[in-house]
Design a protein around this ligand. Structure first.
Ligand code: 1GP
Length: 252
């Protein structure tokens, strides 16, 4: 089974899945391995690997090569640039920053990456992803020249998300930015979810089980956490549980 089908299957089963983002620029190879195995044990549904700055292909190969054989959950690359590809992953979010003001981040990097995917990384399953930057935007918003959508403009987020669906993206990601002071608001998630049927991923600034559960209840198909596992790993088990419980409750 492909990775996209695995994710869709888990979403059907659980309502909302949890994905863990690990940024190789923020942790050592040993910490990366420990954290990856820990979230797998606690029931996170997939590992996303990437970051906006400071990651090379060689580093990705080293980090992923050391843990891949011990992981049963899929590894999905979440690239900050065309240099962030590795044959040791299972899939890649082929992402377009839809609300960037610079065409390079909407389609320019993607045409460069497409050639690499065809010629060098044929084992990576591409999953097309409309990446929509909200609120704070964080490093990714800055680096990708995004014009972040204000936290309270559900109407604009909905317009972007519906556009993404019409354009045929596999999945849609509402991103407040890694380490954002405030996550995407549940009201925005529920408004988007009312009109958009493609899987909706939400991440950025989620630091506790309550907020994670709220976003699942509001309609997120996947909740992503990254920073919290580096800062307070003791919370991650409850966050994963809250996401799954929120999803199951929503579907009742
Ligand atoms: C960033 O949405 C992810 O791309 C995760 O954000 O690091 O704030 O959890 P955090």
């Amino acid at each position: 089974m492909g990775i996209k089908d695995y994710l869709l299957g888990r979403i059907t089963e659980l309502g909302t899945i949890h994905m863990t983002l690990l940024d190789p620029d923020k942790v050592s190879a040993r910490e990366f391995r420990e954290l990856a195995l820990m979230v797998q044990e606690y029931g996170s549904d997939a590992l996303m690997v990437g970051g906006s700055l400071g990651i090379s292909e060689g580093q990705l190969d080293e980090y992923l090569g050391a843990v891949k054989d011990s992981l049963k959950i899929p590894v999905i690359l979440f690239p900050g640039s065309v240099a962030n590809l590795s044959r040791h992953a299972d899939a890649v979010f082929f992402l377009s920053v839809l609300n960037s003001a610079d065409p390079y981040f909407i389609v320019g990097a993607q045409i460069q990456a497409s050639v690499l995917l065809v010629k060098r990384f044929r084992n990576l399953e591409p999953i097309s992803l409309a990446y929509i930057i909200i609120g704070d935007g964080g490093a990714v918003g800055y680096v990708s020249h995004a014009r972040p959508i204000p936290y309270d403009r559900d109407d604009i987020a909905l317009a972007y998300a519906y556009t993404a669906q019409l354009m045929g993206f596999d999945m849609i990601y509402l991103e407040a930015g890694s380490g954002a002071r405030e996550p995407v608001r549940p009201r925005m998630v529920s408004r988007v979810k009312q009109l958009v049927s493609k899987p909706l991923i939400v991440g950025g600034g989620i630091r506790d089980p309550e907020k994670a559960g709220e976003l699942a209840l509001a309609g997120a198909d996947a909740v992503v956490t990254g920073t919290i596992i580096e800062e307070k790993p003791e919370l991650i088990k409850d966050i994963i549980r809250a996401v799954h419980e929120g999803g199951i409750t929503r579907r009742r």
